[in-house]
Design a protein around this ligand. Sequence first.
Ligand code: FAD
Length: 439
Amino acid sequence: MKYVIVGGVAGGAAVAARLRRNDEHAEIIIFEKGEYISYANCGLPYYVGETIKDREKLFLENPSTFKENLNIDVKNNHEVLSIDKINKTVKVINLTNSNITTESYDKLILSPGATPIVPPISGIDSNKVFTLRNVPDADKLKAAIDNDKPTSAVVIGAGFIGMEAAENLYDRGLNVTIVEMANQVMTPLDYEMAAQVHEHLKFKEVALYLSDGVKSLKDLGNRIEIELQSGKRIFTDMVVLSIGVKPLTVLAENAGIDVNRGIVVNEFLETSAKDIYALGDAAEMKHGITGKNAIVPLAGPAGKQARILADNLVYNSKKPYKGAIGTSIAKIFDLTVATTGLPEKSVEDSLSVIVNGSSHAGYYPGAMQLFLKLVFDKEGKLLGAQGVGYEGVDKRLEMIAAVIRMGGTVNDLTEVEHAYAPPFSSSKDPVNILGFTAE
Ligand code: FAD
């Protein structure tokens, strides 16, 4: 069996490794248009911020180790240009010498990811405007900080990646401003939970412009002038654009494969074309709660999809991927902010409760406040949860996410049996209290 994989980072590398574990005889080829494979995208902001000091630590594998350890052929700096689904071939360009070749496949797996949305900007020195998606982006941003010694940065877009970028620029000593078109940061949060992040940013002296978009950017030579839609002007040394990502669907679209916002796949990660599969940030599939098509661009789901897909391919089985519910977490300066499932604002007639809890027993030193919000329907079925605090937010959100994943109710939360001793929790954990309050 010959597997060809497009994209060699989170989804692509994971599917390749699992295919090899399952089938020692298969021919496996990865085409990756960038130089690097199997690296930690999620670590990039922390490399820029120098929390991760050693660049090598970002790389989990490289083409040689993939070949030596797993006998997988990695063709990096090779971009797949087109798919011929009738003859089951792909056309590939070697980006180092521009040679174009054709490669046949038995099964084709698309994990091309997504690309940052960049609005048309002209007349700005490209060394002053940055995105943060891959290793070259991180290298460029870090080099600009190291070499040009900027003192200020504006992050446009307050999603998870924008917020992580803001924190890491701040850690490098820059004065950071965040501009966001919505009236809050981090859209998966409901407003009252996001408001605590707004307060924290104020405390950290990070300027935050909400409900305001960027009208224009002007390069003044030594500074960039940003004019906001409100008419306000901000002057900065550098800009980080983080206004969202667009799934890379062009290959699939040109091959006549069904594409909506992403490459449409069913629960077996099968596209509309025979023997062609898709996963990760480029793939659109049923959401684990709504059952409607959605894209959940997170590393965890990509890895789980990779495992299921590789198993189904090799064992000719039909295990379904049940759909991601969007469980995510971010460190926002000193805060932990986590969400799972749906926010209240996105579900008509949903109910919610908020609990102001404690990371562990109040009488044991060091207990920290945390806020948890639970979203559920009239029958008590859990729809989502959000947490903001300093310690222990992660485990509470993961407990709730696990119960949501199993189709649980508020009653189930009252019965979650947690590991309790005073340094870790309280005899009634905030998750139980959420359940009691919601019952
Ligand atoms: P990618 O990992 O992006 O891989 C796609 C690869 O395909 C790219 O390397 C691309 O060059 C290649 N490619 C595209 N088109 C072609 C082509 N035609 N030919 C050949 N190669 C091609 N998720 C979390 O869950 N937690 C986090 O903390 C987190 N932090 C993040 C921080 C940052 C800065 C970023 C950018 C992402 C973060 N994510 C996080 C998201 C996570 O990294 C993605 O969900 C995951 O990488 C998606 O995997 P993928 O395989 O779909 O795409």
